[in-house]
Each structure stands twice: as C-alpha cells, then as structure tokens.
Design a protein around this ligand. Structure first.
Ligand SMILES: Cc1cc2ncn([C@H]3O[C@H](COP(=O)(O)O)[C@@H](O)[C@H]3O)c2cc1C
Ligand SMILES: O=C(O)c1cccnc1
Length: 347
C-alpha cells in the first residue's frame, strides 16, 4: 500500500453540525418540514466546518480512459467515441459541459489514455498513462505503476480544486466499456454475481448483456487471486475509475465534500471506502442511475441518493443536476428568518 493511502481522512466537525441543527430549529417553519434539505445543510455544515455552508464554488473533473475489454463487444458504441468525446467536452457540447456552464462550475477534463487520441486540445489536460487498459477478461487491466499513475491524477485534481477554493468536488467518467469494468470491480468488492450487476450500459440488448455478464464471469475466474481492494481495482478497474477512487480518498483526506455521480463514480467510491472506510462521511450521493448494478452498490454504501431521474450517462451529469438542490438547501439554511427575527409565534 502506498503512503498516501495511509493518511487518515478528516473527521467531520460535529460541533458545526450541532450548531447548524440548532439554527434549523429556529427558522420559520415547523421543525423538520424541509426534510432532507435540512439534513443536507447540516451535513454540509459539518463537512465545511461552518454554521452556514455554501456550494457556490463547484469543481468538476471528468477523467477519460479507454478499456481493453472493449475488444469483447461489450458496449453498444465503438471505442473511438472516448477520444471523440474529448473534443465534445472541450467544445462545450457534451452534457456535462452544458451543465457545468449552467452551474458556473469549473470543469476540467483529463485524458488519461485513449486509443483514438485527439492529441493536444485546448481545455483537455493530457496525463496519458497508456492508450488503454489491458483486457480484464484475461489479464489485469493495469500494472501497479499504471494504477498509481491513475490514483495520482485523481489526487492532483483534488489539489487543484482545493487551491481554487472549491466548496464541493465532483468527479466524472468517460470511457467506452467502463460499465463492464465497474460491474466487474463491484462484483469482486461485493462478492456479487455478474448477472446481478451487469446492465445495458450505453444500450446493449439482452444478448449483449448476457455476453457482458459472461466476460465478467471469465474475469472473476481469471483474477480469483485478487483479494485486496487495491488488487481488485488494478485487475478490474480502469484509469478513470482509479482516478476517481484516488480523488475521493484525497478529497476526504483534505476535508473537501464530494458529490458522487452514478454507477461508475459510485463504484469508484465503493473502492475508496474499501481502501479507506473513513472516506465515507465525505460523500453525498447525487442520484440513482438507471444502470442495473447501481442499486446494489448504493445499498453496500448505505447511500440514499437525492434524485432518481432514470439518468444513465455518467460524465458527472447526475451529480451536476443535483447541485441546485445543495445550493437551495444552503440558501434556505443561511437566509431564512428565525422565529425571533420575523416575529412569528413558535409552537
Ligand atoms: C456518446 C456517448 C457519451 C457518453 N458520455 C458518457 N458515456 C458513458 O457511457 C460509457 C459506458 O457505457 P458502456 O460500458 O456501455 O460503453 C462511458 O463512456 C460512460 O462515460 C457516454 C457514452 C456515449 C456513447
Ligand atoms: O451511471 C453511470 O455512471 C453510467 C451509466 C451508463 C453508462 N455510463 C455511465
């Protein structure tokens, strides 16, 4: 285990949570009537160590990487799409680019290795590890060095977010074939069967999903010796998945709250919690993806996501859509009048 992984995560500020809870009960509403918005404001207060939390400054990092397992025909789309989407992120046409603009969030896109590499593009960071991971059906997806490089990419993105004064960190994924990698990783971490976790991804038909489940079954058999979470991540993961794992641990270590996106990001979060259980309090789960395995992963993390919009895109899009809810929770908490201020009678 590398040294950074041994650094403990910050402990949420329970006094700030208590102060925020106390303030909630003085606001002009029946106590508890704003439901989960109250809990969110209190949780953010404890994570930001502030009586009145804010999520004005949002940092979004989208990590892209290709997957050797794409050779097994487990995606409805060709592998070239990963590289092509990098241009679309940079040109502002991808879903997450539109949402980040709408939110006034910082969006950075990190190319960790794509077969159809677009080269230098303004607005895309090049942190190439290799053109692709290896085919996890037969061999480990990554070498030790590649895994560490992917972790580092995630850790560095958190450092940039912190330096930029971010109040919330969001991580996203782009990588054709990554629902297969994430499903395999989740199967390994949870001891679950492939047909419970494998879903259509970008739109496989029934036969395609059955093929995908078989590929994962073969992988679990080939890598039965990968027992420790780090080894599971190395054997089944991808560059972008490992970067997200590294980022989530790093964010928890430096006390930056994380809003977790869909199936891919949640599986990276599951790996992060397997590596460092004290990272879990720093995660807020944005939405329930329509991808089949997400429910099982959320259950394992004891997470109740904020939204269920049947989204199944990744790219951090589901997390971005949930940001306005966090902002409204903070604004209500910070700006509502108290009973005393408004001259309203209490119960
Ligand atoms: C145009 C396009 C944009 C995307 N943005 C995210 N994904 C998402 O879908 C892919 C995973 O699904 P699978 O495992 O079935 O390949 C990943 O790239 C993920 O980020 C996209 C997929 C496509 C096709
Ligand atoms: O929920 C996700 O993260 C997801 C689902 C399908 C395809 N790509 C990502």
């Amino acid at each position: 285990m590398k040294r950074w992984m041994t650094v403990p995560c910050r402990v949420p500020d329970h006094a700030a949570a208590a102060a925020a809870a106390e303030r909630q009960d003085t606001l002009t509403k029946p106590p508890g009537s704003l439901g989960r918005l109250e809990a969110l404001a209190i949780q953010l207060a404890s994570l930001q160590s502030r009586k009145r939390p804010r999520v004005d400054r949002v940092h979004i990092s989208v990590f892209a990487g290709d997957h050797g397992v794409a050779a097994e025909g487990i995606s409805a789309f060709p592998q070239a799409v990963t590289g092509e989407m990098l241009r679309n992120f940079a040109n502002g046409g991808a879903a997450i680019a539109v949402l980040a603009r709408e939110l006034g969030a910082t969006l950075e896109v990190v190319n960790l290795g794509t077969v159809n590499d677009p080269g230098e593009i303004p607005g895309v960071r090049r942190e190439i590890i290799a053109p692709s991971t290896a085919n996890l059906r037969h061999v480990p997806a990554m070498t030790d060095d590649e895994l560490d490089a992917a972790f580092d990419a995630g850790i560095r993105s958190v450092a940039r977010a912190t330096a930029d004064g971010a109040e919330l960190y969001i991580g996203g994924d782009m990588g054709i074939g990554n629902t297969t990698a994430a499903s395999a990783l989740a199967c390994a971490l949870l001891g679950e069967k492939p047909d419970v976790l494998a879903g259509p991804g970008t739109g496989l038909d029934k036969q395609g999903v059955a093929r995908k489940a078989q590929v994962i079954t073969d992988a679990l058999c080939a890598h039965a010796s990968a027992i420790a979470p780090r080894e599971m991540l190395r054997h089944y993961g991808g560059f972008e998945i490992a970067a997200l794992t590294g980022a989530f641990v790093a964010a928890a270590q430096c006390g930056l709250p994380v809003l977790v996106d869909g199936f891919i990001a949640s599986t990276a979060a599951l790996a992060a919690v397997a590596l460092r259980p004290d990272a879990r309090p720093w995660m807020i789960f944005a939405h329930r993806s329509h991808e089949r395995g997400h429910g099982r992963v959320l259950d394992a993390l004891q997470a109740s996501p904020l939204l269920d919009l049947h989204m199944r895109l990744g790219e951090a899009s589901g997390a971005a859509v949930a940001v306005p809810l966090l902002r409204m929770a903070c604004t209500l908490h910070g700006s509502m009048a108290t009973f005393a201020e408004a001259g309203v009678s209490e119960a």
